[in-house]
Design a protein. Structure first.
Lengths: 588, 237
């Protein structure tokens, strides 16, 4: 029997970026807030200090900072006709666990998604006609505009120390930045990072081809920095241990040393670690949530935490899972297309080429999460005519280095033997003389890509695993073919000694790692008939339930999701502080 | 271990059976190790295994020395400690199924669904070595460790390409994939895990190790070789 605790104003489920932002903002507004985190406490001094954090095997190969699939995972399949089987070990994506969440071990790439995404259906129908979007593609407008989010993007960028070069300030195109970005009020928080040899060579090739290269915006502080909340950042040291690792010098924007400790200094906020939330509770009317139940993972004890408001702030997949486990909203059914919870799960796609040069040295170990250049000519550039290729969405293309950690980074030309002296010769020769050109591609929502609860497999708490049904569709194949060609043409133009060409991904597989950019499942929109939450990320079913995270995205763009995840959290926090508290009810 | 003409496995079996050596020297100790004890300056030739049994140790030593031969690039696999890395990895948390969802029901599944065997890595390794040796005995009349290099190569290529089918039903390339992964980890992981001895593999490729600061060098060494003595976790501890 669960021990019933004293009621609080707000319960937050998960303590990464969105949990940290809400914890700080709502406790400052005078609300009594409890943050529940299923993982352990994490601090830079205790967990990310050198040399321990420089352990490639422990953190990159064994995923030491990530969710433990032995306790909770998903079942996976490519289509509804297959039997879904458990993702028995992490691979394709890496949900975080512990205070700071994935925000402590991301690369830091931070984009501003714009109206190309937020108005996707209307813009494509207007430009290409009503029949351009295929019948099974369930992409829809988000119900929010870039103009509404702009100040919140800036707030998040300044909190996380995003380094970059503006391409468009108030409509004026800026040299050296991304000319296709939506207008910004101000420059980035910090100037761009130092460029790598690979980044510069990519930029030169892209410029020659008539594209518009720019340094990617990234939450790696290019200089020492103090953010508006007073959190202090060291300058990035280009150590090459960024993604999958915590940063010892607090140069990577992360919630565990910014918003979360600031919230913890406020007596209104209480953090409870090692607490696993199993259900969001509702009253007898079903129209209001009343709190959550959770289990102390250190001793198995169960608690009920009553609360005036519940905010789901866990990883994107786990927010949807908790909604399904709690029975809030109708689960999506792809046959009838009824129900909304679980709908529009999206991922990303990609293609990449590796280039080998007899006459260049790249020092891949001198790099960081975002030390590269990109082009947006085939993504944010809406003038690019997609009808020639017949797809919706697009891809960013980039060149640079993110690490030279040799357990996984050992480029060799295709056809090289995998062991023996010949393998060693090639590995030694090319380790420092290779660069890559890669891409990140959007995935449009599709009727048959979705989440629901698995009928067979259970997690460590006896609850059904989430079931993910996903594959790339014709739209992604068309885009992937086009982008692979763009990459291969750029690669050839650099006259490498040899190169392994890019090719399109046809089918999704759970190995190897691809990207932790899982979106959708509790999508935002304009009405209870087309979405789970409204533009303020408020549940249409229960007005005192808010759902943060990339799970609210109705489709996935080529950009990394954290920019709008952070901006929407600040935007929702403002709506709660300024409107909801004064007059609890539907904000739309 | 075969260089001195002594079959270590037979030697140890004899030693254990006879009891004479085993009571004074730890099981797993070779004649070289016994000598090394008397000459403290020499590196220990045998580390003692925690997980691998005699047949498995012979297989792993032969396999890592075949895959990673001594040449101008690096010492051979056992001299890099890759056998030790593998033994410790199998004996430790990863080998025993940490971070692996191990609840049934079990099905073969589609390759896109990833690893689906009801085996922890240490169990997979054990079953895989047994199956490979059974195949080798059937095909060549000898276990893997006793085959000449050309036949070892034939077997490894057959495992990798799924050309060899195990009678036990164990999927060949899943075993090979796990084995290959551990060889690479033993090569390239920090020396604190037992492989990459003396950071020889990091020196081979030019990886500077765990150094904390490149901000001063990223522009200075742009398009130039950066050659330093690599540092490992133990060097900075």
């Amino acid at each position: 029997m669960a021990t019933k605790l004293k009621e609080v104003d707000v319960v937050l489920v998960g303590m990464g970026w969105t949990g940290g932002i809400l914890a700080k903002e709502l406790s400052e507004a005078g609300l009594k807030v409890v943050g529940l985190e299923r993982g352990a406490m994490r601090t830079t001094a205790e967990d990310f200090s050198v040399p321990r954090i420089r352990d490639d095997l422990r953190f990159a190969s064994r995923n030491d900072l990530m969710q433990d699939p032995a306790k909770d995972t998903l079942t996976i399949r490519n289509n509804p006709k297959q039997d879904a089987l458990p993702m028995r070990r992490l691979g394709s994506f890496l949900p975080g666990q512990g205070v700071g969440g994935a925000g402590s071990h991301w690369n830091g790439v931070t984009w501003r998604w714009n109206d190309n995404e937020f108005k996707i259906r209307s813009l494509y129908e207007e430009r290409y006609g009503k029949n351009y979007i295929p019948a099974d593609m369930t992409a829809q407008d988000w119900g929010i505009t870039y103009a509404e989010l702009e100040p919140y993007y800036e707030k998040f960028e300044r909190t996380a120390a995003v380094s970059g070069k503006a391409g468009n300030i108030k409509g004026n195109i800026q040299k050296g930045g991304n000319r296709f970005e939506a207008p910004r009020a101000n420059e980035y928080a910090l100037p761009p990072l130092k460029a790598t040899q690979a980044g510069l060579m990519f930029a030169e090739a892209a410029e020659k081809a008539g594209y518009n290269p720019f340094p990617r915006p990234v939450a790696n502080a290019s200089q020492a920095y103090t953010n508006p909340d007073g959190a202090r950042f060291g300058a990035c040291q280009y150590c090459g241990f960024c993604e999958r690792f915590g940063c010892e010098s607090n140069a990577k924007g992360s919630p565990h040393f910014t918003v979360i400790p600031i919230a913890m200094r406020n007596p209104n906020f209480e953090l409870r670690t090692n607490m696993w939330v199993t259900k969001v509770l509702r009253d007898s009317s079903g129209k209001k949530v009343t709190g959550v139940t959770y289990i102390n993972t250190l001793n198995g004890e169960e608690f009920e935490q009553p609360a005036g408001m519940v905010v789901l702030t866990a990883y994107a997949i786990n927010n949807v899972h908790l909604m399904l486990l709690s029975g809030i909203g109708e689960p999506y059914n792809p046959d009838t297309q009824k129900g909304l919870v679980g709908k529009n799960y999206c991922y990303q796609t990609g293609a990449g080429a590796t280039l080998f040069f007899d006459n260049h040295y790249f020092n891949p170990f001198m790099s960081t999460g975002g030390s590269n250049f990109g082009i947006d000519d085939f993504h944010a550039n809406f003038d690019f005519d997609r009808s020639k290729y017949g797809y919706v969405g697009g891809a960013t293309v980039g060149g640079g280095m993110t690490n030279g950690r040799p357990i996984s980074y050992r480029p060799v030309p295709s056809g090289t033997p995998q062991w023996g002296t010949a393998w060693k010769a090639a590995t030694s020769k090319w380790y420092n003389q290779a660069m890559s050109i890669g891409s990140s591609g959007s995935v449009m929502a599709n009727r048959y890509n979705y989440y629901d609860l698995d009928p067979t497999y259970k997690n460590a708490f006896g609850q059904p695993l989430m079931r993910m049904t996903f594959d790339y569709k014709e739209n992604e194949h068309k885009m992937g073919k086009h982008i692979a060609q763009v990459i291969n043409d750029l690669a050839k133009s650099l006259n490498p000694t040899s190169f392994n060409p890019a090719s399109v991904r046809m089918s999704w597989t759970v190995v190897p790692y691809q990207s932790t950019h899982n979106t959708g499942g509790t999508i935002m929109g304009t009405s209870p008939g087309n979405s789970v939450v409204n533009k303020y990320l408020q549940s249409w079913d229960c007005h005192n339930l808010f759902v943060m995270g990339a799970n609210v995205f109705p489709h996935n763009a080529a950009y990394n999701p954290t920019g709008p995840v952070g901006a929407l959290a600040y935007w929702a926090a403002d709506a709660i502080k300024n409107r909801y508290i004064k007059n609890p009810g539907m904000l739309v | 271990m075969k260089d001195d003409g002594i079959n270590r496995r037979d030697f140890l079996k004899g030693a254990v059976a006879g009891g004479a050596v085993a009571t004074t020297a730890a099981v797993g100790m070779t004649p070289q190790a016994a000598q090394a004890q008397q000459k403290p300056a020499a590196a220990p030739a045998s580390p003692g295994y925690s997980y691998l049994n005699l047949e498995e140790a012979a297989f792993v030593e032969a396999m890592v020395d075949h895959m990673i031969p001594a040449d101008q690039y690096s010492p051979k696999g056992t001299d890099l400690g890759i056998n030790i890395y593998i033994d410790r990895a199998l004996a430790g948390g990863w080998g025993k199924g940490d971070r692996l969802y191990m609840q049934g029901p079990w099905k073969v599944g589609h390759p896109n669904q990833g690893y689906q065997l009801p085996l922890k890595p240490a169990d997979l390794y054990r079953a895989g070595i047994a199956a490979t040796n059974a195949y080798c005995k059937k095909t060549y009349g000898k276990t893997f460790d006793q085959l000449p290099a050309a036949q070892k190569q034939e077997v490894l290529v057959g495992l990798q390409g799924n050309k060899i089918k195990f009678d036990s039903g164990l999927p060949t390339n899943t075993f090979f994939g796990t084995m290959y992964q551990t060889v690479m980890e033993g090569m390239f992981a920090d020396p604190i895990y037992g492989g990459n001895r003396n950071k020889a593999v990091w020196k081979m490729i030019g990886f500077p190790g765990v150094v904390a600061v490149h901000a001063q060098n990223i522009e200075k060494f742009r398009d130039k070789r950066y050659v330093v003595e690599p540092l490992g976790i133990a060097d900075l501890s």
